[in-house]
Design a protein around this ligand. Structure first.
Ligand SMILES: C[S@@+](CC[C@H](N)C(=O)[O-])C[C@H]1O[C@@H](n2cnc3c(N)ncnc32)[C@H](O)[C@@H]1O
Length: 279
């Protein structure tokens, strides 16, 4: 019921007579319903209310995400556009996009992008963050809620290895951050999407073949290495974006393999000559 129709019902009550009141209320409700179906858009169902991130926190988020000239940044729930705009204006990102369900926020963000002179590189779209294609992002920024982050997490984990995710205030549950900072009492988290290494690999190091059976939990890697039928536990393992680092102990000697995951291969870092392939 809109304010004017509700007022009419209240005025009828003042004038006396229950029948009059009921009639006025009925008219008001049916009028409101009609008005809603005819002219009003469906009410906005925001998953998170609008609260802007302070500028010093924005600056730290972009710093932690190492935003630079090669990066495309997507801000999920972009509010007045400050993060996407700063990514381009202050960090020289090649482009940025903000999405928000609230059309008022989108207009405000577009206006701010105009004032900042970055409309050629920053766009804002009125759309649901859960229906947004994130494949183009090198860096994702967000100031949402723990529950919203939890719902987004499976999608974030499927992004290309090395994609940085920066969140103001809210974590991703048991996916531990790669970095965490405190900015005037506010927490900023950074995650780097890890390459998928779980499964069997054959690592060839000189004349030696090693079978690696890897288990992965987010960035942490564990498992076994088998050489000449002898099995040993991997003493430490982790994935940082596309890079995997595994330490194995054999015959009292420790070896660390550091390489870049490229689909079904791991290429060694530097001048090392070992190689690993899936299967
Ligand atoms: C806490 S504010 C953050 C604004 C901005 N990112 C910042 O840090 O200053 C969250 C924003 O998410 C938007 N929002 C809420 N639910 C959304 C959804 N499902 N899809 C897109 N935007 C949403 C709200 O309109 C609001 O502007």
């Amino acid at each position: 019921m809109n304010v004017q129709l509700a007022m009419q019902a209240m005025q009828a009550k003042k004038a006396g007579g229950t029948a009059t009141v009921l009639l006025a209320l009925g008219l008001a409700l049916s009028g409101a319903a009609q008005a809603q179906t005819q002219t009003q858009p469906a009410p906005l169902r925001l998953d998170v209310p609008y609260v802007p991130t302070p500028d010093d926190v924005v600056a730290r988020m972009l710093e932690m995400g190492e935003v630079g000239a090669d990066d495309f940044v997507i801000d999920l729930g972009s509010g007045d556009g400050r993060i996407a705009i700063a990514a381009v204006k202050d960090k020289g990102a090649k482009g940025a996009m903000g999405v928000d369900l609230n059309p008022e926020r989108i207009s405000e963000a577009q206006e701010n992008a105009k004032k900042a002179g970055v409309t050629d590189k920053v766009t804002f779209r009125q759309q649901n963050l859960f229906e947004t294609d994130l494949g183009k992002a090198d860096v994702i920024t967000m100031y949402l809620l723990e529950t919203v982050n939890a719902k987004l997490r499976p999608t974030l984990l499927q992004l290309k290895p090395g994609t940085r995710i920066v969140s103001h205030a809210f974590s991703l549950g048991d996916w531990r951050p790669d970095e965490q900072a405190n900015v005037n009492g506010r927490t900023v988290y950074l995650w780097v999407v890890p390459a998928k290494v779980e499964g069997r690999w054959t690592l060839t190091d000189g004349s030696q073949n090693m079978t690696l059976d890897l288990k992965q939990s987010f960035q942490a890697v564990s498992g076994d290495a088998t050489v000449n039928g002898r099995r040993t536990a991997i003493s430490s393992g982790k994935v940082v974006g596309e890079e995997v680092i595994l330490t194995v102990q054999f015959d009292g000697r420790e070896r660390t393999y550091r390489g870049k995951v490229d689909g079904a291969r791991i290429a060694p870092a530097g001048t090392d000559t070992w190689r690993a392939e899936r299967g």
